[in-house]
Design a protein around this ligand. Structure first.
Ligand code: SF4
Length: 294
């Protein structure tokens, strides 16, 4: 099957508010901040930015791992920007955001994987923007449970960690990742804070079988995870992993129904779904469900 290269697909322009999009780009550039929206070349960027939705990427823009589907640069990271948490809090204030997602590059070179920076970023955001809800999408922190407790201690609204691909694809796609370590992290989130809302995501179309996807979704549910996102993998370039299958709307609808029947409180499933897709709406949906039963 031919490689499907994301850059050759038209970007989704659901909103005509290009000014909002450009303002967002200017502000990020001016403050020397990074977003995964840009680094991962997300197909939703025009729509999200023009609506004031973005996902900051902290700890720099160079990842210490080299997953074969990912567009983020890999190599030796530069020193941390000590002002990053304050700068992010300031941009959130300027944009008057009431919900924000913060993710990171994986930093295996840092003893705590960047957990203390995550915690500081949450604190700075809350100090300057008490109404803003913060969702974190963290790396596996190399399995460091003390580092995980530091992140949980900052008390964000949601903590997510993406499994990304089926177990069988880890050696090829995530050579420095570990399926069990990622599953354990999701379990530990609930172990250390049963009230925290947890989230995970997978991509499909990298060569996994339908059974492997189903097993992965079930493994994630067995961690008591609340939210799952399921999206179509699109190759960032010809150098990245090939798209092996393009799922239909019916295929994503099947995964959504499966997730709901397994008991996830929220399932986002669709070709353009990414882990931060509709993040604030997913959070609100769960809050309403929690309020209804308490
Ligand atoms: S879906 Fe997420 S990563 Fe993509 S543009 Fe929107 S906020 Fe950014």
């Amino acid at each position: 099957m031919k490689t499907l290269i994301k850059n050759k697909l038209p970007k989704v322009r659901l909103s005509s508010d290009m000014r909002g999009y450009e303002n967002m780009l200017d502000m990020i550039r001016e403050k020397s901040l990074n977003t995964v929206c840009q680094e991962a070349d997300c197909p939703n960027i025009f729509n999200c930015f023009s609506k004031g939705t973005l996902t900051f990427m902290i700890l720099g823009d160079i990842c210490t791992r080299n997953c074969s589907y990912c567009n983020v640069k890999t190599g030796s990271p530069l020193p941390l920007d000590e002002n990053e948490p304050k700068k992010i809090a300031g941009v959130i204030k300027e944009l008057a955001l009431d919900y924000v997602v913060i993710t990171c590059v994986t930093r295996d070179d840092l003893k705590d994987g960047g957990a203390s920076v995550f915690a500081e970023t949450v604190r700075e955001i809350k100090n300057r923007n008490p109404e803003c809800k913060v969702e974190l999408l963290i790396s596996d922190l190399n399995g460091n449970e003390n580092a995980l407790k530091v992140v949980i201690g900052a008390n964000p609204a949601v903590i997510g960690h993406n499994i990304e691909v089926a177990r069988e694809l880890f050696p090829q796609m995530r050579p420095h990742g570990d399926y069990e370590r990622s599953i354990d992290l999701l379990k530990n989130l609930k172990k250390y804070d049963p009230d925290i809302i947890t989230k995970s995501g997978i991509m499909v179309g990298l060569g996994e079988t339908q059974e492997e996807i189903i097993r992965t979704i079930k493994d994630i549910k067995n961690t008591d995870c609340d939210i799952i996102t399921i999206g179509q993998y699109l190759a960032p370039s010809a150098k990245h992993a090939l798209v092996k299958k393009f799922y239909s709307m019916e295929g994503f609808s099947f995964f959504k129904k499966l997730g709901e029947s397994l008991g996830f409180k929220c399932v986002e499933s669709g070709s353009l779904v990414r882990s931060s897709f509709n993040a604030s709406q997913s959070y609100e949906k769960i809050r309403r469900k929690i309020c209804a039963v308490s």
